[in-house]
Design a protein around this ligand. Structure first.
Ligand code: PLP
Length: 382
C-alpha cells in the first residue's frame, strides 16, 4: 500500500477511521474556488461529517456549519468559527430557546412551524434570519430513501401549500433535492425552482441550494455550478448558500481493519474486525460497495472472498472482493472513502466497539485522536 497512502496502515490498532488532512485540504481548496468565483457562502452539513477536530481547518475555507438538530448546532457553534444554520422537519418547543441562542439562520419546514415560533424569533435578542424550505417537486434521485420529492414527502412546502400572506419576516428560501449529483442536475432543478418560486425569491435576501452537490468529485462540472449560483444571484440580488456534507469529506477518509478469520462455505469468506452494520451502515442502507485498496471485483484477481463483520447479523456483509494473495488472519485491509456518513452513523449493536478516530497530517504524521471503550457502549443503555 506504499505510495498510495500517506499513512502506514500496518502501524494502526484496528478498527480505525483515519482522515488524511492533505486530501481534506484539497477538497476545501475546490470549495473555496467556488466561493471566490461567485461570492456564495458554503457551510459544512454536519449530518455527513462531524469530525470536529478538523473544524478549525474547515473554518479557514468555509463560512460555517449547518445543523439538523440542536446538538449539531451546538457542536458547530462550539467548534467552528462562522455562521450556524439549522433546518429540522419540526422543532421541539423545549429546545427552541437554545436553538435561537446558537443559530444565525433557522429554516422552517412548514408555515405552521413558522407561525408557531414567529413571535419567539421576533423577541430574540440576536438577529436571526428565517427561511422556509420549499419542495419544488422536482428531483432526479432514483432511491425513495434519499429523495425529498417522492410522493407524500414531508420535506418542504410545495407550491400549492405555499402561503404568500405569511412571508413577512421570512428572508430566504431553502431547497434540498439532490444526492451525490453533478451540476447538470442542479441546473435543471434550478429552472423548476425559478419557474415555480421565482416570484417569491424576488423579495428574499438569500437562497440556500441545500446539499447533495458532489462538488469535489473528479468529474464534477464546476463551471455549471458557478453559472447556477451566478444566475440566481444576479437575477434576484440574493446571497446564495450551499451546504454540502459529503463533498467536504469525499475521498478523504479511510477505515482500516484486520482479518480475524477465514472460512469456506461454497465460497471463501473472511471475517473482519469491522462491521458493515455498525461502522459503515450506508453499505447496507444505500446500499453500496466501498473500494478496498489493492483488491478487485470478484474474480478479477485469483482469490475472491466475501468480507463480513464480527456481529451475529447474517447480513453484516461488506461485499465480495478479490485479492492477489490468499487472505489470512492479521492481514490489514483499507476501505476507501470512509470519512462521511460513517462516524456520524455508527453504533454499538452487538456490543461492537467503535473504531478509533485518527488524523494524518503533513506536519504531525499519524495521530490517534480518540479511542472508545466499554463505557461508550454502556453509557447509552440502562
Ligand atoms: C443531508 C443534507 C445536507 C447534506 O447533504 P450531502 O448529500 O451530504 O451533501 C444538506 N442540507 C440538508 C437540508 C440535508 O438534509
Amino acid at each position: 500500500m506504499k505510495g498510495v497512502l500517506n499513512f502506514d496502515p500496518e502501524s494502526l490498532k484496528t478498527p480505525v477511521y483515519i482522515m488524511d488532512e492533505s486530501l481534506l485540504k484539497k477538497n476545501l481548496e475546490t470549495l473555496k474556488y467556488v466561493i471566490d468565483k461567485t461570492g456564495c457562502k458554503i457551510l459544512l452539513a454536519q449530518k455527513a461529517f462531524s469530525m470536529f477536530s478538523v473544524y478549525p481547518l474547515i473554518g479557514k475555507y468555509l463560512q460555517g456549519t449547518t445543523a439538523s438538530s440542536l446538538y449539531e448546532a451546538r457542536l458547530g457553534r462550539e467548534e467552528m468559527e462562522g455562521e450556524v444554520h439549522i433546518f429540522s422537519p419540526a422543532y421541539k418547543e423545549e429546545e427552541m430557546e437554545e436553538i435561537l441562542s446558537l443559530c444565525d439562520h433557522v429554516v422552517f419546514n412548514s408555515f405552521s412551524q413558522w407561525g408557531k415560533y414567529k413571535d419567539m424569533l421576533r423577541k430574540s435578542s440576536r438577529h436571526i434570519s428565517c427561511g422556509i424550505r420549499i419542495n419544488p417537486e422536482y428531483s432526479e434521485i432514483e432511491t425513495d430513501m434519499y429523495n425529498p420529492c417522492f410522493t407524500g414527502s414531508r420535506m418542504g412546502v410545495t407550491l400549492s401549500q405555499f402561503r404568500t400572506s405569511e412571508l413577512e419576516g421570512i428572508d430566504g428560501l431553502h431547497f434540498h433535492t439532490m444526492c451525490e449529483q453533478n451540476s447538470d442536475v442542479l441546473w435543471r432543478t434550478l429552472k423548476v425552482v425559478d419557474e415555480k418560486f421565482g416570484q417569491y425569491i424576488a423579495g428574499m435576501k438569500w437562497v440556500n441550494f441545500g446539499g447533495g452537490h458532489h462538488i469535489t468529485r473528479n468529474d464534477y462540472d464546476l463551471d455549471t455550478l458557478i453559472e447556477c449560483i451566478l444566475f440566481i444571484k444576479d437575477k434576484y440580488k440574493v446571497q446564495v448558500y450551499l451546504e454540502p456534507g459529503e463533498a467536504v469529506a469525499l475521498n478523504t477518509g479511510f477505515l482500516v481493519a484486520r482479518v480475524l478469520d477465514t472460512l469456506h462455505n461454497g465460497m471463501d469468506l473472511a471475517i473482519l474486525d469491522t462491521s458493515a452494520a455498525c461502522h459503515m451502515p450506508d453499505v447496507l442502507e444505500m446500499p453500496y460497495r466501498p473500494e478496498v485498496i489493492g483488491a478487485g471485483k470478484p474474480g478479477e484477481y485469483a482469490y475472491t472472498y466475501r468480507l463480513g463483520g464480527p456481529t451475529c447479523l447474517s447480513g453484516d456483509i461488506i461485499g465480495d472482493y478479490s485479492f492477489k494473495e490468499p487472505l489470512k488472519p492479521g492481514d490489514t485491509l483499507v476501505f476507501c472513502d470512509m470519512g462521511h456518513y460513517t462516524m456520524v452513523k455508527n453504533n454499538t449493536f452487538n456490543g461492537m466497539g467503535l473504531p478509533s478516530i485518527a488524523l494524518w497530517s503533513q506536519e504531525k504524521g499519524t495521530q490517534v485522536i480518540k479511542e472508545f471503550g466499554y463505557e461508550d457502549f454502556k453509557m447509552r443503555l440502562s
